[in-house]
Every structure is written in C-alpha cells, then in structure tokens.
Design a protein around this ligand. Structure first.
Ligand code: TXA
Ligand code: MG
Length: 337
C-alpha cells in the first residue's frame, strides 16, 4: 500500500479517507494516533492488522464534542461528567459501559468503551470533518509510541493510507486511562493527567496494581494493554534504582562497547558512557515529553544495552516510570544507597 503524507492544513483529504474506511495517522497532544471510523468494524479491524496488535486489546474512541459521548456509552454518571469538565479536552481517557453501536473490534469483546476528547486542534478538526475516531498509538505493536511524524513514518510507511504531517507531541506519553465502570474509580494507565489531580476532582481513586508491577500469574488484566510487552526498543534496557552517585558509579563500572546511559540532564558530566538524556531530574513533564524519543534513539544509535535511572513515581513521574519499567521488561537492579 502506498502511504501518503498529508499536510496539517489539508484535512479534507484525511477526512475523506476516514469516511471511506481507511486509516490515517494523526497528531494528538499525547502521542500520534492511528485513526479509523470508530463505528465501522471493518475499518477498525485494519488498525489491528497494520499495527500487528492483538485483537483482544481494545481501542480508545476520540471525540471532538461532548455531545458525541452520549451516543457511545450507556450513561454518563456524575463523576464522569466532573472529570470531563475538569480535564477535557486533554490527556484523559474515561471508561464506561458501552452503547450497542460500539463494534466488537473497538471494545475487544468487553462491555465497556474508552473515550477521550483530545485537545490537539488537528485531531479535533479531523474528527469534526469526519466521525468519532478509534485510535491507538500509531506505532508497531510493542515498540515505543510515536511522538513525531517521522516516528510514525518509520513504523507505518506502506501499512496505512496516510500520515498527517503535524508537529511534535506536547505531552509525549499517552493519556491517563481511568475506569468508572468500577467503584471506586481506578486508574489503569497513568499519563498526562496525574492521580493527584484526579483525586482532587472526584475524591477516592485507586491505582491498578498492573501500573507498577508485572501481572502476577493467573491475574486478569483490567486493561488488556498492560499484559503485553510494551514500549520496547530492540536494545535491552535495565533500570537502576538508587541515588545519583550510585547510578553514575554503577554505569561507569559497567561501561563498554554498545552500552549507553538513559539519564537525567544533571548526570551527564559524571558519566563515562554515551548518554541519552530524558530531561532534568525534577521535571517530570520534560521526562515524559522526551521518553519515547530517547527510547527510539537507543536503537537508532545502535546500542545493545542502556542503563536507565529509575524514575520517581510522583505526579507525572508515575507515567514515566510505568513506561520505562515496561521498556525494561521489569528488569530492575536495586543499588545500595
Ligand atoms: O493518548 C492516548 O491515549 C493515545 C492517543 C492516540 O489518544 N492512544 C493510546 O491508545 O494510547 P492505545 O490503544 O495505545 O492504548 C489504549 C489503552 C490500552 O492499554 C487498552 O488496553 C486500554 O487503553 N483500553 C482501551 N479500552 C479499554 C477498555 N474498554 N477497558 C480497559 N482498558 C481499555
Ligand atoms: Mg499504544
């Protein structure tokens, strides 16, 4: 299939492709999404084929007007309404029992549907010119999510109809996913809206155990996406948990051919290996913004192993930690303090 590049001020063409049942990669404020008409099961099925995504992993439906939400879910309860008023448009995905119109391809056989109202003007305009869009991240299944049009092109050229040539994504990690189909509401994936912000808006919110740990054997994934190996470069990533000096010492002791450090800006001068910085130690938003580009860079520069400093879990740090520990396949070394 020939993939075309569409400039962001020529969205009519992208909307036509969607309405014909095709696939278009679009920028959002979190990561690029691979979009199809959410109510066209055959179109949605093509997303799974293009990404190599397991069919039991459900998709998020993107809307550009609150009124579209009502048709997609059975009802919108009070807490959901508050979350939408507080965080939409923006990087929050809300799961509720689904309406009958949602194809099985979108919900992957679950009786719920995930909905998000993105803040990105290009995503909004594409939805307004077409229909609500089912869209996972526009990467090949398992690889780091794309945060610029080039990442999408590298993964998807020849597999989809079009890529919209938009800007780099501002948030850089995917949306926070919260389910209101259980009580109390539960975060299934941390992201651009923090757990602290959610609690401030609606009170008690729990965090699914799969956010921080691998699924235990026999455990059912509340969010099917959590059970797959994710965000992984081809290189091996090993997380080192400990203070800055211990991190630097460990990496320098293990320096060698093909080995790099995924580190904080402040650590660069002390490291004796090639470095890829994910940002300043206390700037979680910057780390989120750079993380996926940094993970791709590990492969682009041909490293076989990168030691990464284990991120903090406060605020948006939790989203960075959640992605990083999956990229590392949960391989963590605890350093002595
Ligand atoms: O920021 C984002 O959310 C991006 C942009 C494109 O909007 N999209 C995204 O989609 O990250 P995806 O498919 O890569 O991740 C969606 C996650 C998966 O882990 C999936 O299992 C979960 O949300 N999910 C979707 N629908 C669900 C449902 N009904 N119940 C539980 N988990 C669900
Ligand atoms: Mg994804």
């Amino acid at each position: 299939m020939e993939t075309i590049l569409i400039e962001k001020d020529c969205l009519e063409q992208a909307a036509e492709i969607i309405k014909r049942g095709g696939l278009v990669a679009m920028p959002t404020e979190t990561v690029y999404g691979l979009a199809a008409d959410a109510l066209n099961g055959a179109a949605v099925a093509k997303i799974f084929a293009a990404k190599g995504r397991p069919m039991d992993n459900p998709l998020i439906v993107h809307i550009a007007d609150l009124s579209q939400w009502d048709g997609l879910v059975r009802e919108v309860p009070e807490k959901a309404r508050i979350l939408a008023e507080t965080f939409w448009p923006g990087p929050l995905t809300i799961i509720l029992p689904k309406a009958d119109c949602i194809p099985d391809e979108v919900s992957a056989g679950l009786d719920t549907v995930a909905v998000r109202f993105p803040s990105h003007p290009v995503a909004q305009e594409l939805i307004r010119r077409s229909v609500p869009l089912a869209a996972p991240s526009a990467n090949l299944s398992g690889s780091p999510s794309p945060t610029n049009a080039r990442h999408v092109w590298d993964d998807m050229n020849g597999r989809i109809d079009a890529v919209i040539n938009g800007d780099d994504c501002a948030v850089g990690v995917e949306s926070t996913v919260i389910t209101l189909a259980s009580d109390p509401p539960r975060v299934l994936r941390p992201g651009g809206v923090t757990v602290e912000q959610l609690r401030e808006a609606i009170g008690e919110v729990t965090v699914d155990s799969a956010v921080l740990q691998p699924l235990q054997s026999g455990e059912q994934a509340a969010s099917p996406g959590m059970k797959y190996k994710h965000y992984s470069p081809r290189a091996r990533i090993v997380l080192l948990n400990g203070p800055e000096q211990a991190f630097v010492d460990y990496v320098n002791r293990h320096a060698g051919e093909g080995i790099a450090a995924l580190c904080y800006e402040e650590e660069i001068p002390a490291l004796n290996v090639p470095v890829i910085s994910i940002g300043a130690e206390n700037d979680y938003a910057q780390q989120a913004n750079r993380l996926f580009t940094a993970l791709r860079e590990v492969d682009e520069r041909g490293f076989r192993l990168a030691y990464a400093h284990c991120p903090d879990t406060e605020g948006m740090g939790l989203a960075v930690y959640n992605r990083m520990i999956r990229a590392a396949g949960f391989e963590v070394i605890d350093l002595e303090a």
